[in-house]
Every structure is written in structure tokens, then in C-alpha cells.
Design a protein around this ligand. Structure first.
Ligand code: PHE
Length: 342
């Protein structure tokens, strides 16, 4: 092994001395110094030697390594100087143009929504993407075997929680942060909670396994449905223009009572009916309602004294509608031809 190493060292040193250009050097580096090189194999085998040999041979190998890397870096700078001699730079030439990126369209709208709500005194909060079944469902008043759980096709994760049970899921909505916020801050409380969510979807132009929502809650004494409507109307006007109207129709979610959807006047046809709104004049953007007393209780809030509303927007959908994007899969595609349009 020792001889093999010394022979290899001689070979490398003599090859290095013959290097003529950077291409040549690169080939040599690949052959003699890469992870797949013979030299590296020898170094890797040292750990299997017995202790005495390991000590002796290890030291030798280390010295060889230092010597080789030293000559490699000398040759490198020699070649660099030869191919790019100093003083051969024309400072009057224009520099290469730096390409600037910009924020993703979803981030842009998220920022807009965050600043709108901050201006109304809402906090902006974060929550974990890997959630417990408890926060994602149970605390939100989904009974253990209630069919409402099936409304959200879930990725269950093979990790035990701190009670040694398998109950971790990739959160299917931002609503679990409602409970976390209530427990942390108590009432009164106004907050929005934007974030990434996950569902086990067979993806198509309208469904993605990874998407964004913005959750919002306002809890206080005498908070009513009228407050909810007022806030949502304002959001619609801000996003889609001042003539935007809000329509609410009853919808079931276990964590609100009463529950409703939220639709805005189609911004494209101004309510007349078109392809985007499927000729209804309305675009369904959100779910909302008055927070269920059970949910307030699970958040540690006195449901006799306080009431509150909650809503959840699909951020991707909002952006799609705003820019007339017809395939939700484009958002995660990393396709610059798409992203550069915003
Ligand atoms: N979490 C619900 C969903 O993802 C939306 C929602 C949020 C509905 C808050 C009501 C209140 O479908």
C-alpha cells in the first residue's frame, strides 16, 4: 500500500509538470483528485487498517496529500496567469449585465395582503407546516371519524409525536394556526396567518399538492358576522377594484358556525358572466364564518365572553384569477418564461 501510494505520487507529480492548459489540468484533477480517483480510494481504506498501521500510514498519506495539493495549486495559478495575464484587462469595456430576479407572484400578493391587514391592526403569524392531527383536525372540531375529514385528502407522515403516537400530517390548511394563536395570545386577538399547505391531490390545472392560503381571525367582545363582511368587502375592493362586491352563501366547515363561502364580482367581466367565472359573474375565493364555540374553547378562550370570525383564502387561486393564469401547476414549475411575466 505504501509503495502504491508513493508510486502514485510520483506519477501525479510528473503528470502535473506536463500540464499545458486549463482543460488539461481539469482532466488531471478529475482523474487523480476526484472522489472516484485511485488516490481517494487509498485514503478511504486507511480507516480499515489496524491501529499501528493506521498511525504510520495515515501520517504518510497525509503528507503526500499536502504535497500533492500544494503542487496542484501552484500549477493552477501558473496556468491561470498564463491564460489570463494580468494587465490584459480593458477597464473601459462594459461589465457583464447582472440579471435581477424578482418576487414570485404569490409572494407579491401575499405581501399586499399582509400590508393591508397590518394597516387594520392584524398581526401576521406563522405556524408549522408539519402539524399534529390534533391541531389540523381535532382541535378544529373535526370529530375523529367524521366524514368532513375526507374533504381534505391528507399526507400522513411516518413520524411519532412527543406522546409516541403516529399523528403527524402535512397541514391541509392554515386553520390549525388559529388554535396556536389563541393559545399563545388569548383574546382579544386579530391576526392573519399566511402559509404553505399540502393535500394528496391527483394534480391537474386546478389542483396542486402544495399551495398557499391566508387564514384570518378576529376575536373580541361582540364581534359579529357584520364585522366579517366588512373586512372581506374591503379585501375584495383592494384586490379587484372599488366596484367589487361580495356575495356570501352558506357552506359547511366544522370549525365555524354559521359557515359561509365568499365570492367576489368577477373582475374580468365585471359581473356580466364570462369563461373565467363560468358565466356566473362571481368568483369563489374563500371560506369563512363565525368561530365555533368548541374551537374557541380548544384555543383556551371563554366562548361565553368572546366571539370571533375566521376566514381562509386560497392564495394561489387569488393570484390565478388576478392574472388570468389557467394552470396552477405553473407556480411551482420554476419555469422562468412564466415567472418573468410578473
Ligand atoms: N380551512 C378552510 C379550507 O381550507 C377554509 C376556511 C378557513 C373556512 C376559515 C372557514 C374559516 O377549506
Amino acid at each position: 500500500m505504501k509503495e502504491k501510494l508513493l508510486k502514485l505520487k510520483e506519477e501525479i507529480i510528473s503528470k502535473l509538470a506536463e500540464v499545458k492548459d486549463s482543460k488539461n489540468l481539469k482532466d488531471l484533477e478529475e482523474k487523480y483528485f476526484s472522489r472516484k480517483s485511485e488516490f481517494n480510494d487509498i485514503l478511504k481504506n486507511i480507516k480499515d487498517l489496524n491501529d499501528d498501521l493506521k498511525k504510520e500510514f495515515g501520517q504518510l498519506a497525509n503528507n503526500v496529500k499536502l504535497e500533492l495539493f500544494k503542487s496542484l495549486s501552484e500549477i493552477k495559478s501558473k496556468i491561470e496567469n498564463k491564460e489570463n495575464p494580468k494587465g490584459d484587462v480593458d477597464p473601459t469595456l462594459p461589465a457583464d449585465k447582472a440579471e435581477f430576479g424578482h418576487l414570485h407572484p404569490i409572494t407579491q400578493i401575499r405581501n399586499e395582503i399582509e400590508s393591508l391587514f397590518s394597516s387594520m391592526g392584524f398581526m401576521v403569524l406563522d405556524g408549522p407546516e408539519l402539524e399534529s392531527d390534533y391541531y389540523n383536525f381535532t382541535a378544529l372540531n373535526f370529530a375523529p371519524h367524521h366524514p368532513a375529514r375526507e374533504m381534505q385528502d391528507t399526507f400522513f407522515v411516518d413520524i411519532k409525536n412527543k406522546d409516541n403516537q403516529y399523528d403527524m400530517v402535512m397541514r391541509t390548511h392554515t386553520s390549525p394556526v388559529q388554535i396556536r394563536a389563541m393559545k399563545k395570545y388569548g383574546a382579544p386577538l386579530s391576526a392573519i396567518m399566511p402559509g404553505r399547505c399540502f393535500r394528496n391531490e391527483a394534480t391537474d390545472a386546478r389542483h396542486e399538492h402544495t399551495f398557499y392560503q391566508v387564514e384570518g381571525i378576529m376575536i373580541g367582545e361582540n364581534i359579529s358576522f357584520a364585522h366579517l363582511k366588512g373586512v372581506l368587502e374591503l379585501v375584495g375592493k383592494k384586490l379587484y377594484g372599488k366596484n367589487t362586491k361580495l356575495r356570501m352563501r352558506p357552506k359547511y366547515y366544522p370549525f365555524v358556525e354559521p359557515g359561509s363561502n365568499g365570492e367576489y364580482t368577477c373582475f374580468l367581466c365585471a359581473g356580466k358572466g364570462c369563461r373565467v367565472c363560468k358565466h356566473t359573474g362571481w368568483l369563489e375565493i374563500l371560506g369563512c364564518g363565525m368561530i365555533h364555540p368548541e374551537v374557541l374553547k380548544n384555543g383556551g378562550i371563554d366562548s361565553e365572553k368572546y366571539s370571533g370570525f375566521a376566514f381562509g383564502f386560497g392564495l394561489d387561486r387569488l393570484v390565478m384569477l388576478k392574472y388570468n393564469i389557467d394552470d396552477t401547476r405553473l407556480f411551482n414549475s420554476g419555469d422562468l418564461r412564466f415567472l418573468k411575466q410578473f
